[in-house]
Design a protein. Structure first.
Length: 243
């Protein structure tokens, strides 16, 4: 067993020791860096070959401390939610452990560019992972079946819009006319959403569908058919056809 070595990650000290040529770390120090509040529980979840107990001098007393090896440290990193956890892991694996194995202790890197590069690489990887998770969450949310309440609201807005259009044009709005107008508007909803039927709408379609309904006007062909049902001899005027 080698002499206890102390090094710092940012402003927090980490005590480490070589045991049979393998680096071991004081678990409490690692947990403090990773913002793991209960180090005892965290260590308790590790496998037996990833942890041990040693007596370390603390002031004038010798106290027992839990220590973890390289594999135990990795598992503690994985259990941490701290954003800097991956930076810490990369620093340990690329800088600290190789130095301990080579010299028996940790030597502060004399190449600040290398140290900065390691931290930046870890930070970029963390950002990419976070972005990937965000994209997956957004994709899941957008492709979720539309909320029943929103689906019902769309149905009500369609009915309101159809009747509003008929009232503005003073149409009779018999069953045949209503059927034509509903068909026209539902077709527009399906086209703008890229679905075949209203039942296939997803959460991501809701805002566009509402905007479409608000701005909808029946097509010229639909208006002519509706007017034909109003009066078989009636045809739309030039002004009506342009609406």
């Amino acid at each position: 067993m080698s002499q206890l070595q102390i090094f710092k990650f940012e402003s927090t000290e980490i005590r480490t020791q070589l045991i049979d040529d393998d680096p071991w770390f004081v678990a409490k120090d690692v947990c403090d860096i990773l913002d793991i509040s209960n180090s005892r529980d965290a260590v308790g979840r590790l496998d037996d070959d990833e942890k041990a107990t040693v007596g370390l001098t603390d002031g004038s007393q010798i106290r027992n401390y839990s220590i973890v090896n390289e594999f135990g440290l990795y598992n503690l990193v994985l259990s941490s939610r701290k954003a800097e956890a991956k930076v810490f892991k990369r620093w340990i694996t690329h800088d600290v452990i190789p130095s301990i194995r080579k010299t028996g202790g940790y030597q502060v890197s004399k190449d600040p560019i290398l140290a900065l590069r390691l931290m930046l690489q870890a930070t970029e990887e963390t950002k990419e992972e976070v972005e990937d998770v965000k994209n997956r969450v957004v994709n899941l949310e957008e492709n979720t079946s539309i909320d029943p309440g929103k689906y019902s609201y769309i149905g009500r807005r369609i009915s309101q819009k159809v009747r509003q259009v008929g009232k503005e044009r003073k149409w009779t709005m018999n069953k045949e006319q209503l059927a034509l107008l509903y068909k026209d508007l539902n077709k527009a909803v399906a086209e703008v959403s890229g679905v075949r039927t209203r039942a296939q709408l997803r959460e991501k379609h809701f805002d566009n569908v509402i905007d479409l309904i608000d701005d909808w006007e029946p097509s010229t062909a639909t208006r002519m058919l509706v007017l034909g049902l109003e009066d078989d001899d009636a045809f739309p005027t030039a002004e009506e056809s342009k609406r």
